[in-house]
Design a protein around this ligand. Structure first.
Ligand SMILES: [Zn+2]
Length: 599
């Protein structure tokens, strides 16, 4: 395969020439504002007349909604690209503030719109949904209507939002502030250094066990030192939420996160049930890993300890070709989409200073184009990231012709296509490894992901559940939070660690995010759901791609149970589906144990 090398710098000028100084982008923001204002005033004027014109009026409003959402998303995508490619771009930050303001007024308009949907009489609603233009949007529109109906009156919800600025979100910001001031004292060779929590966390992957152990001790001490403040913050965040739920008449604290992820409680229970019943082999893996790093039993701080090395660097072009080659074994559409992305400068991968860390995919709906951001230095994990982001891109590509309202998938299915693409490439990488050592490192990387999703995230869910249960009855002290956390970790890790991390509740940002509660189970869902589809793809072989695309298209217009029933013939509320996905993880564990038995 000989062809020209792919550029590792993206092209943003096709959207708005001139980066953050682009006059075209300024104009775009002005147009967006006009579009929001028009939508808002039409929403305010809108009322049902009880005749055939009602469907026309609603369809017209939805047309404005779609057009406005396209504009705000196009702006958001451009801004996230500008910010990431150059963290010093001050102009981009100014523009971002402007766009955030626009988004807020769009949200206000949408709240009024949803409130009006909620007040439509059932028979009138049913008649409206018979209209062929509205029929395809029935799921998303009904969801908006039901969610608005389950809340309090517009005025009461507005009051909650207003009070939440100082009484809720402020506690989240307070957490960031305390974390920023938290220092970890670390002594080495008679010299004591004051480390930020980020710097200290990096030392957990230090190859020297004594270093990890020493840092961990100080790490726990640092969080313990602020535990009373942090416990207060956590209690008030949960207390605010529980009070809002009570006012709305919701008695289950899982209602909000489950609704948000369009899934049933039974599905969540079946997933954790299958995990608990099938994760036993991970115990043997943790034991073997302890032996490999020369410890008797693995400690919390050993989880990221490296062993062996897979130091082969692969140039960008070769990495790209490797991905395309593996995708080609799965399907033509995914391959041609990815090739198009490589050939048309959709990917920013250059290794240069000034770029933001991490990787992401974003979509420009008005242009029907994706952009992928990352920093590629040639490691196996870079290749996975590239495949992961291309998977996200393919998801949006599969949905490109759908109504925009039918393209907003929830967090739990958002990672389906990305994990799927990553699996294809990770499996091939293990098979193609040039040395035993490289193979082992790649396999270990895969199993580590299972430990993260099936043990670490499970512990977070168990903790958060028991914490909310106790919080309903009153304030939960820092000491009690430590107890609950250690208990959750012992259960999720099957008692296989030597030492646990009781103050993990304080050190993990995810428990303090005000956007959505229970920022944990959707990760595990996404991982296993994707593996379940992957298991199906392996069974059915070539020709599965068409079915895969059909599934992706439906990810934002039905519940996850309906999605699995329609496209996989699977019942997510039963353990079988989940068990088949977990089996793939355990196959890796068995292979790892086999390969390391004589080491
Ligand atoms: Zn992702």
């Amino acid at each position: 395969m000989v062809n020209a090398t792919y550029s590792d710098v993206w092209n943003l000028d096709v959207f708005f020439p001139g980066g953050s100084s682009s006059p075209e982008f300024q104009r775009h923001l002005e147009n967006t504002k006009e579009s929001i204002d028009l939508f808002f005033s039409e929403v305010e004027k809108w009322e049902l007349k009880g005749d055939a014109g009602d469907a026309d009026a609603l369809d017209n409003l939805i047309g404005l909604f779609e057009k406005t959402a396209m504009k705000t998303r196009q702006a958001g995508a451009f801004l996230s690209c500008l910010k990431a490619q150059n963290t010093e771009d001050k102009k981009a930050h100014e523009l971002l503030a402007k766009a955030t303001g626009l988004n807020a007024s769009f949200q206000t308009a949408l709240t009024v719109f949803d409130g009006k949907l909620a007040r439509i009489e059932d028979d009138q609603w049913n008649a409206l949904m018979e209209d062929s233009r509205l029929k395809e949007l029935e799921f998303v529109l009904t969801e908006r209507r039901v969610r608005a109906a389950e809340k309090l009156s517009d005025a009461e919800e507005a009051a909650i939002n207003a009070l939440g600025i100082d009484g809720y979100h402020a506690w989240g910001q307070m957490y960031d502030m305390v974390v920023g001031k938290t220092k970890v004292h670390f002594s080495k060779d008679g010299e004591t250094k004051e480390l930020s929590v980020g710097q200290a966390a990096n030392l957990f992957s230090n190859p020297d066990r004594e270093v990890r152990k020493a840092v961990f001790k100080e790490w726990e001490k640092a969080w313990e030192g602020n535990a009373d403040y942090l416990a207060k913050i956590l209690n008030h965040l949960a207390g605010f939420r529980l009070n809002v739920y009570k006012l709305r008449g919701w008695d289950d604290f899982l209602k909000e996160p489950l609704d948000y992820n369009r899934m049933k409680k039974d599905t969540l229970d079946a997933m954790w049930g299958a995990i608990t019943a099938n994760k036993e082999p991970l115990k043997a893996y943790l034991k073997r890993r302890a032996e490999l790093i020369g410890a008797e039993k693995l400690s919390w701080y050993d989880q990221d300890a490296p062993f062996g090395s897979a130091d082969s660097k692969v140039p960008y072009h070769e990495g790209a070709e490797f991905i395309l080659e593996q995708f080609a074994k799965f399907g033509e559409e995914m391959t041609s989409f990815s090739k198009h992305a490589f050939e048309n400068n959709w990917i920013e991968a250059e290794d240069r200073p000034g770029k933001a860390p991490g990787g992401f995919h974003t979509y420009f709906p008005e242009s029907k184009q994706s952009r992928i951001f990352m920093t590629y230095s040639g490691t196996p994990s870079n290749i996975s990231t590239l495949a992961h982001e291309l998977g996200h891109g393919f998801h949006t590509f599969a949905m490109r012709d759908l109504h925009l309202l039918n393209r907003s998938y929830a967090m739990n299915v958002a990672e389906t296509a990305s994990t799927f693409a990553e699996m294809i490439v990770a499996d091939a990488a293990v098979k193609n490894a040039k040395t035993e050592e490289e193979k082992l490192a790649l396999l270990d990387d895969k199993v580590q992901r299972s430990v993260a999703f099936l043990m670490n995230i499970h512990a977070r869910f168990l903790f958060e559940t028991s914490f909310y249960e106790e919080r309903k009855k009153g304030f939960v002290s820092a000491a009690r939070l430590n107890e609950l956390m250690e208990k959750a970790q012992r259960e999720a890790y099957l008692d296989s660690l030597e030492e646990y991390h009781p103050t993990f509740w304080a050190s993990k940002l995810h428990f303090f995010i005000t956007g959505v509660p229970f920022y944990n189970f959707p990760y595990t869902f996404g991982y296993l759901f994707s593996l379940g589809i992957y298991a199906r793809a392996l069974e059915e072989g070539s020709g599965y791609e068409e079915k895969y695309i059909a599934l992706l298209k439906d990810t934002a217009s039905m519940t996850v149970e309906e999605l699995a029933e329609k496209h996989l013939g699977a019942d997510l509320t039963k353990q079988d589906f989940w068990a088949s996905a977990i089996k793939l993880c355990m196959d890796d564990v068995h292979e790892f144990l086999e390969l390391t038995k004589n080491l």
